[in-house]
Write a protein that binds this ligand. Sequence first.
Ligand SMILES: Cc1cc2nc3c(=O)[nH]c(=O)nc-3n(C[C@H](O)[C@H](O)[C@H](O)COP(=O)(O)OP(=O)(O)OC[C@H]3O[C@@H](n4cnc5c(N)ncnc54)[C@H](O)[C@@H]3O)c2cc1C
Length: 487
Amino acid sequence: MNESKIEEKEEIGKTKFTKEVEEFIPSPHVSTDIYEIEATSGDLSLLSKYHYKFKEEYRATHVIRPGNTEELSKLMQKCDEYSLPMTLRAAGTSCYSASTPTNGGVIIDLRRMNKVHNIDKANMIVKCDAGISWQKLMEELLEYGLAPKCYPTSYRASCVGGFVATSGKVGVGVLKNGIMTDVLRSVVFVKPDGSTETITRESQGDLSLDNIIGSFGIFGAVAEVELEVTTLKTSLEMVGYSFHTFKMATEFFRTLKNSDASKPLFLSLSDKEFEKYAHWTYPSRGFFVYAVYSDDPSVTSQSVLFAKETASKLDGLSVEEWYLKEKWRDMADTELNLGRWCQNLIFQEYYVSDNRVEDFYNFYIEKAGTKYRKAFYMMSGPIGGNRVKLFGLSDIKDSREFFGIKAVFNDITINNYENGDSLYTLGVVNTFYFLKFHPEKAAALLTMKNKLDPKDLVNSYRLVKAKMRTWRVGLLFWIAKRLYKAA
Ligand SMILES: Cc1cc2nc3c(=O)[nH]c(=O)nc-3n(C[C@H](O)[C@H](O)[C@H](O)COP(=O)(O)OP(=O)(O)OC[C@H]3O[C@@H](n4cnc5c(N)ncnc54)[C@H](O)[C@@H]3O)c2cc1C
């Protein structure tokens, strides 16, 4: 960045804009502190460090925390007035640089918007701010004997608005109670120019709820949400069986998923390596299926019996109860725990249809080989799809290994798209895949983006335009594969 640009940024950073924002947002929440900017400029994955080659230039000048919809709306209006780029950020757990700045400007940290406005027990609906964490929402609903219908396993930190913006398709409750599209009744939405609109299922305006779900914030900010909730069930039981083969484990997983009786509240399939890295100890066989049931006691015990009978037909070996309970208690940490085992954790998340899970796994094993430490973790989505997360535990000193694993993930991604599936999380770093494989969808989103955000100020470089070129990435991985093979 040239010097005059830096000075211009500093000028805006320290004076006029800041003072004007402080007129409606308390000054402790209008930060130009370099440490706060640093802390909110990356995510858990360290990916941004690799993918933001010119990150310095994209670094924000402010982190601002609006406390309610009015403050958020005024802030976005002010940024629009100054043509300052905005990055919407909740807990930052979705990774892939989804909530990381790409053009400087202002990081809008939404987590101060964390109030519950109304719990309507008769109609089973909650109204709350989008920056509330799932954990806090769950605690407040608990007082009324209620619970969210679906939420991500990252619920301790991640926020309601983050799950809406990333699609809300996979996690706890999705199989039993529906996905975000099913449970979201309405949102209060702040558009890039700061104007506010309430969007319901019946709305006929530019934006529908479907446009907003999974939009990665490119059209503006979800300020408040109205969600359907469910009653907190009185019984919670878990089952876990390990299997010798992936085929048997998948068959068990699929049978529990498709059973007409009570659906699991949570269902996963992992390999032994994932269990080992996530929990220190692990089941004795190669593959592990874990299901959590929550319902009335009689329904739960029937479900557990059904799982037991099915497992015995498939030669499943039950896993001890303490392990199952620990797994549930530590659910929010399991994926993060893999980071303890290496200096540089690499991962990619795929959305894989139910009928392609085995093909996906076989292709993965063929491509990954035995060269690096790896792990496989699949979480059930609704009927039809699953989120598969592949991990590579790489050593930061060995860049050949790092790029070699990335190249393997790239091959798997292409194969997955070519077979009609996709990536689960796009954010900034995966957007180029979306542009390559879903150009029509991307073009439709771009038309809407240009209409709502002609200056491209909000959450740029997600879904409609990429920082990376497919051919350059292809070339990089082509070289990386050869170097890794030679290593
Ligand atoms: C341990 C672990 C477990 C996970 N489990 C799951 C899971 O079960 N299911 C799943 O789907 N994902 C899961 N994830 C991924 C991630 O946690 C979820 O996508 C989560 O919903 C993101 O919420 P967040 O508050 O961290 O959002 P962020 O990561 O801060 O934001 C995500 C995206 O949404 C945008 N955004 C955030 N808030 C708003 C808003 N109010 N309005 C408009 N745009 C907004 C951001 O700009 C960004 O593009 C997991 C991640 C980890 C680390």
